[in-house]
Design a protein around this ligand. Sequence first.
Ligand SMILES: *Cc1c(COP(=O)(O)O)cnc(C)c1O
Length: 268
Amino acid sequence: MKHVFPTYDRYPVDIVKGNGTVVKDATGKTYLDFTSGIAVCNSGHCPENVTEAIQSQLANIWHTSNLYECALQDSVAELITDGTDKLVFFCNSGTEANEAALKLARKYTGKEKIITFEKSFHGRTFGSMSATGQAKIHQGFGSLVPGFTYVPYNDIESFKTELDENTAAVLLEVIQGEGGVIPGNAAWLMEVQRLCKKTGVLLIIDEVQTGLGRTGTLYGFQQTFLDPDIFTLAKGLGNGLPIGAMVGKEHLSSAFGPGSHGSTFGGN
Ligand SMILES: *Cc1c(COP(=O)(O)O)cnc(C)c1O
């Protein structure tokens, strides 16, 4: 490829067609796809009912903006909240979902410090990159967003040392994905949640990779008795279309009124 920035190390295969679990490359060779993108195509490639729904929407209207009501957006939000009283903010990617979560947590609590974990991954924009506990991802980009502190994953003592009265939120993955598929210890996760509740610190779970059924429950945190204040979704949510969402408890909406945050395409 000559005309795009070389930010990816690509395999020399150009996949041009897909159906269910089978894909075909430009030379006509077929493959059984065990990757589904990067945790994206949970429903397989080009699922018929979704393809039809998209085609029919394309023939109706493409974009109305968030200046208007949208019953369809609200019904998708209802499915995402899965019978809870949470609310949804729509965006276009995982990193944006985390940006929304970080902004909401700071604005709601009026505090700045966010605890995240070594080897975590939360995205590539400045806020989410700053939340990511990996030096190689920060390298060369100058000053990060202040306020983030990284502690070892699955280690309650170092977490307790960092948790203080300036802490707005804790952001974690229930299974670290990019960090090497490292599951959070259930007892550790429950203790982190208990300490957050006790101190009024918001618990944010990044479900961008673990969400949408990839661990066997709709959301990865449902494997334990976790009840996050906020969680974030993308990847499998759109099965390949750029859709992200930040989901949070209803009372947090006092900090996310009109004008506080937005996205041109969010919920499109
Ligand atoms: C992929 C990923 C992100 C970033 O999502 P993008 O859509 O690439 O911005 C954030 N968090 C986790 C856990 C991820 O795996």
